[in-house]
Design a protein. Structure first.
Length: 68
């Protein structure tokens, strides 16, 4: 499974996910569980919604072929 989420994207997703969870607790709503989605995708480093579009926020590592 190839990772397609970079460090900035991970931090952003965790912050947003925690905010949604906290709002769910404050307002006593089960909809706060939606905050788990960005947290889980951040922890896994992979976003299924990015895959069909070929989006990746990871920095590309340049590797030299060295004739191999």
């Amino acid at each position: 499974m190839k990772k397609n989420i970079g460090i900035f994207d991970k931090v952003f997703r965790i912050i947003i996910g925690l905010a949604i969870l906290i709002l769910g607790i404050i307002y006593n709503s089960w909809l706060g569980l939606i905050g788990l989605v960005p947290i889980v995708t951040a922890l896994l480093g992979r976003c299924p919604a990015y895959s069909p579009f070929g989006i990746s926020t990871c920095k590309a590592k340049e590797t030299k072929n060295n004739g191999k």
